[in-house]
Ligand binder design. Sequence first.
Ligand SMILES: O=C(O)[C@H](O)[C@@H](O)[C@H](O)[C@H](O)COP(=O)(O)O
Length: 261
Amino acid sequence: MGGQANLYSFPTVDALAPALRAYVIHCQDAGIARHGVFKVAVSGGSLPKTLAQALLASATSEADKVRWDKWEIFFADERAVPLDHADSNYGLLRAELLDKLPADGPRPAVHPIDPSLLDDTQELADGYEQELVKSFAGRDSVRLPIFDLILLGCGPDGHTCSLFPGHELLRETAAWVAPIEDSPKPPPRRVTLTLPVVTHAVKVAFVATGAGKKEVMKEIFEQGNGLPCALVNEGCGERCSWFVDNAAVEGVTYPRRPFSL
Ligand SMILES: O=C(O)[C@H](O)[C@@H](O)[C@H](O)[C@H](O)COP(=O)(O)O
């Protein structure tokens, strides 16, 4: 792939948010220039809150505008629960971000899972894959969808999306979306984008903050150890960027870069 993942570290989440905003808008503008829309996938955890802090701030210029009407939002992973359930990543994104958009302003197109398929996680995954096929067909190679950006979190065990260390799902090569019934992080039943889809994106960005991440960040960036986050770094190279706070990378020797687009 060439190049190595970019590691951008900031003193605080407040300092990280404007850089994340600039990065996302850069990806948005590239997507719109390429095919008229911005196709982005987001995960759950702490990401929606930090993303909201970044994106709900007022635009400082025309170039700093979030063009919500061009956004097509998908979920990098989702829990097999109803959309109004406390564990739903869709529900989380709504509460943190979508419901806070001005009511009279432009809105993104959001693609949640189909709640009528919750009883069978294979069907739920297949249904979501079909949602991607409909959205990406005719535009990109249909072998794999090409997201303009995938925004991810990093678990303390090195998982990302619902791809967990040592899990057989890491070897999935055919499906775009896969079910998992034994997620070590509750709830156990989920669907997730597969590793080839993640590493095929134009850009992938991780957001990882807090001292609770420093041990796993050391392992990801210094040993790799086949951890899902390390596999994304290896698969994406310089197309992958990490937005972290200093607490999350204390003691990590991997070189940080000054943030630039
Ligand atoms: O649905 C989920 O559980 C998430 O998508 C998951 O992959 C998350 O991003 C990581 O566990 C990091 O979570 P934090 O950001 O809360 O540490």
